[in-house]
Design a binder for this molecule. Structure first.
Ligand code: CIR
Length: 253
């Protein structure tokens, strides 16, 4: 179960964030409303939500998931692969230290963004992507091992982050899409396929028994409901324009 979430309010500069999506420029006011409803949904799932003020100097900082991995045993501060995002860690370090006494860091030449890390119990899958390199992934796994946890590297071909196409929703259930479907490293899971035309919904989050998914993906929603989860769907259009999904908007621990 999770108790806490840390989020960062989107800034006006979100319009200048990194993106590969061809969906237009995010509407700041709409993003604020969507972010507020996201926080409310986390609270409804029982989390205490700590909302940090926006960081105008860092257009992508609302995607706070990428800058830290908060495990039950330690926190790991990342070294983001995107040059424009490296400075984001300075804001999160002191906040994380309010909750954790064991804090580790990923160092150059290793780079890792935690959108590339998926927790499944004590085991973590670490994506090798354009943002996360092998040296960084090895550092993560070494730290996990030090605290009694383990990790497996997964090579990414097409998607931005590992969790762009995967979500572990507990009880051995794995939401899975695209390039990951045929990967034997996921064969021990009960795989719930997210159809290609609903691929954005593969980035969903389990929060204390409820699964939060983006609105507008009925096939995926039904597949999750059929497993017995309660489902909340949220409008995420403005974050999708920045390649961001539901997991990216919070650190849950
Ligand atoms: C970026 O490209 O870094 C942001 N525009 C989106 C980050 C999304 N984060 C994630 O998938 N964990």
């Amino acid at each position: 179960m999770f108790k806490n979430a840390i989020v960062i309010k989107p800034g006006k500069s979100i319009i200048n964030g990194l993106t590969t999506a061809n969906l237009g420029i995010p509407d700041y006011e709409k993003a604020l409303v969507q972010h507020h409803l996201y926080c409310k949904a986390l609270e409804k799932c029982g989390l205490d939500v700590l909302e940090l003020e926006s960081e105008e100097g860092y257009p992508d900082s609302t995607f706070v998931e990428d800058v830290a991995l908060l495990t039950p045993h330690c926190a790991i501060i990342m070294n983001p692969g995107a040059p424009s995002r490296k400075g984001e860690i300075e804001k999160i370090k002191p906040v994380v230290s309010r909750f954790y006494s064991s804090i580790e860091e990923i160092n150059e030449p290793g780079t890792v963004e935690a959108g590339d890390i998926m927790m499944a119990g004590d085991h973590y899958f670490v994506g090798l992507s354009a943002r996360t390199n092998r040296k960084g992934a090895n550092q993560v796994i070494k730290i996990l091992n030090k605290y009694g946890m383990s990790g497996t590297k997964i090579k990414l071909e097409n998607v931005l982050h590992l969790k762009t196409g995967l979500a572990y929703i507990e009880n051995n259930n794995l939401m899975i899409c695209g390039e990951f479907l045929a990967n034997p490293k996921f064969d021990t899971f009960n795989k719930i396929e997210v159809p290609e035309n609903e691929s954005y919904a593969a980035n969903c989050i389990w929060v204390n028994g409820t699964v939060i998914i983006p609105s507008g993906y009925p096939v995926t929603k039904k597949r999750i409901s059929d497993l017995g989860y309660s489902v909340i769907d949220l409008d995420m259009t403005e974050f999708q324009k920045s390649d961001g999904g539901l997991s990216c908007l919070s650190l849950r621990f």
